[in-house]
Design a protein around this ligand. Structure first.
Ligand SMILES: NC(=O)c1ccc[n+]([C@@H]2O[C@H](COP(=O)([O-])OP(=O)(O)OC[C@H]3O[C@@H](n4cnc5c(N)ncnc54)[C@H](OP(=O)(O)O)[C@@H]3O)[C@@H](O)[C@H]2O)c1
Length: 332
């Protein structure tokens, strides 16, 4: 039986999620990759146990994480039964619906029909009575926002989720969603956008909306899926994302131009006494609006390395300017 470390709360920072009562760990763990059918169950178990022992209390899932779709939740249900039941009240578990999940007109997008059915399926797969956060995974331009937010509202009222969030909505779509939910008397807890040194688009308006509205931000993909690490500096390791599961990073995507940028960033990180992965995580967290950086990991050691980022000194203005310069001069 798993017994969590006595010291699990000693080093992690917990940040308040917008204007809410909920605190999230500065680093959260996502189960998009490495928790489906192609990853050894014991490896998954070690990653989750290591994360919790490091103070990571938040595990992020979605209906379609796998492969195949649903498999990460199904595996998480087994982990739940084996390890996590005694720790349920120490955990924030989230899931989402919004992308294609099952055949026909009711298995995608943002209708009440899809969101209600999908959450019921997720709870069954994960062997849970409720999730802590349920997200609409992406905006749906065809479904009236009142219907999507109304479904989120009713989900909280039914007790199947404690809080709700949105993901991948732009600044304007977010403002409308937040306002719609507010008119029903409910606060949107959190937004989950992509944010890393390779994608700074949230800086152009979204962070301002979140700050004004008191909505937290869980920034996904701080390592650019592994590009913002030293993983690819000497070729493509067989056990890397590009090496073994190239659905999202193809070996051909790792060009000499990208490697030049990664080398320049690595040099700055090493001068700071950090790995590039650690610098990338800390760089996301430098924004006061970012509540937590949502990482993925294929090995427990990566989780430990990334959490160590939190004990590094804050960036100096010169370091941030140097990073800006490297990013501004990238030609890809
Ligand atoms: N809302 C959305 O639409 C959306 C979309 C995508 C993701 N997400 C969420 O965000 C989570 C994270 O996404 P992501 O996995 O793409 O994030 P990421 O943190 O940018 O990339 C994670 C990958 O980087 C590599 N890595 C991690 N730590 C490392 C280290 N210390 N040194 C070297 N390599 C390291 C590992 O890849 P290797 O396999 O190469 O070791 C790991 O799987 C997902 O699990 C999911 O919960 C949400």
């Amino acid at each position: 039986m798993f017994e969590a470390s006595e010291n699990r709360y000693d080093t992690m920072q917990y940040n308040r999620c917008g204007r809410s009562g909920l605190k999230l760990p500065a680093i959260s763990l996502g189960l998009w990759h490495n928790f489906g059918a192609i990853t050894n169950f014991e490896t998954q178990q070690k990653i989750l146990r290591t994360a919790f022992d490091q103070g990571i209390t938040h595990f992020d899932l979605a209906n379609n994480y796998g492969p195949p779709y649903g498999e990460a939740e199904r595996n998480f249900g087994i982990h739940m039964d084996r390890d996590w039941r005694p720790y349920r009240d120490e955990l924030i578990i989230s899931t989402k619906a919004g992308y294609d999940m099952w055949k026909g007109p009711y298995g995608d997008h943002g209708s009440r029909k899809y969101l209600m059915a999908s959450l019921d399926q997720s709870l069954k797969r994960m062997h849970l009575d409720y999730v802590d956060i349920f997200y609409h995974h992406r905006p749906d331009p065809e479904t009236p926002i009142e219907e999507t937010m109304g479904a989120l509202y009713d989900i909280v009222k039914s007790g199947k989720a404690l809080y709700v969030g949105i993901s991948n909505y732009n600044a304007e779509q977010s403002r409308v969603a937040i306002q719609t939910l507010k008119e029903m008397g409910m606060h949107l807890l959190i937004h989950q956008p992509n944010y890393s040194m390779l994608n700074r688009s949230i800086e152009k308006g979204l962070t301002q909306v979140l700050e004004e509205e008191g909505v937290g931000c869980i920034a996904f993909g701080p390592l650019g899926g592994g590009l913002l690490t030293e993983r690819y500096l000497n070729g493509i390791p067989a056990d890397s994302r590009a090496g073994h599961d190239p659905r999202f990073i193809r070996p051909a995507d790792i060009t000499e131009e990208k490697l030049n940028t990664i080398r320049a960033l690595t040099e700055i990180a090493h001068r700071r006494g950090q790995s590039l992965a650690q610098m990338a995580v800390l760089w996301d967290l430098r924004l006061p609006q970012v509540t937590t950086a949502l990482i993925g990991a294929s090995k427990p050691e990566q989780v430990i390395e990334n959490v160590k980022a939190l004990s590094a000194p804050a960036f100096t203005a010169e370091e941030l300017a140097e990073i800006d310069q490297v990013l501004a001069s990238k030609n890809w």
